[in-house]
Design a protein around this ligand. Structure first.
Ligand code: HEC
Length: 121
């Protein structure tokens, strides 16, 4: 009887250890804080260059090359409020568009627009 209890206790403890170590991993997923500033220069511009400029490299609007993207987005009317309705965000979440962005990248773009689409570093 004692042996069975011991075995049960062992199973229970390993279960707890496994479950809690899994939980720890979920915290490693990158999250985006809507209150923290999302900087155009440090975050958005490199993202657009990496994920978008292959197609939006000058011949297709908006021009999303590093030295052109800010002006192109603002003058083209792509970054308007409310951010969810902006042409840039709607395109980024549209399934009909061939761009691929991670969920946290979509959020960064959304928050940057919501924070006023500033040309901040
Ligand atoms: C594989 C090529 C490709 C990539 C990569 C790509 N796009 Fe596009 N994009 C297109 C094409 C083609 C169109 C025009 C057709 C359409 O609207 O889907 C377009 C249209 C758009 C439009 C709408 C233009 C307008 O005048 O309304 C926006 C905004 C846009 N893309 C943003 C982005 C962003 C931001 C990224 C990167 C996350 C991106 N695109 C990556 C091909 C691409």
């Amino acid at each position: 009887m004692r042996r069975i209890l011991g075995a049960l206790l062992f199973v229970l403890l390993t279960g707890i250890i496994i479950i809690s170590s899994c939980e720890r991993h979920t915290f490693l997923v990158e999250t985006v804080d809507p209150v923290d500033s999302v900087y155009f220069g440090a975050v958005i511009q490199p993202l657009l260059e990496k994920k978008c400029s292959a197609c939006h490299g000058g011949s297709k609007d908006p021009d999303l090359r590093a030295d052109k993207s800010y002006e192109s987005l603002v003058t083209g009317g792509y970054v308007t409020l409310p951010a969810e309705e902006s042409r840039l965000y709607r395109k980024v979440v549209s399934s009909g568009h061939s761009a691929y962005t991670l969920p946290e990248e979509k959020l960064k773009i959304l928050y940057w627009i919501a924070q006023g689409a500033k040309n901040n570093k």
